[in-house]
Design a protein around this ligand. Sequence first.
Ligand code: IDP
Length: 145
Amino acid sequence: MPPATPERILVLVKPDAVERRLTGEILRRIEAKGYDLVALKVVVPTAEVLEAHYAEHVSKPFYPSVVGYMTRGPVVAAVVEGHRVVEGVRSLMGSTEPTLSAPGTIRGDLGRDWGTPAMENLVHGSDSPDSAAREIGIWFPELDG
Ligand code: IDP
């Protein structure tokens, strides 16, 4: 059934998840919840894309480690659609730190905390519909208009 009030979110299956062949498992959980994939691609992000994406974190001390983490291999970028999909996917993802994420969530069930400088937490999901629109423009400029 199409959502009555469709909303979109940008999801990134991060390099640690791609390396561990968890792409299918992560997308499966999102699809199984009833959300629709409307765009999907495999891409190694450039520093420029990451700087735009993580604009709020660029000046933070951990930012260089995030760039190292996010550019070490491909990510799978997806646009996902559904009713209240931002809240729904954020809830499926769990909280930022894998160690503290609740069991039943992607990060809580599958996330491994290596104590590495970057927090490797498998997945990104936009934190609001406005962030989603901004991030979709960065990762999927071809969808504009
Ligand atoms: P979110 O991904 O749960 O929305 P944000 O606070 O937006 O969390 O952080 C973006 C990403 O930056 C995180 O997913 C994580 O990979 C990384 N990160 C955030 N805070 C830290 C930190 O304190 N140390 C290392 N990496 C961090």
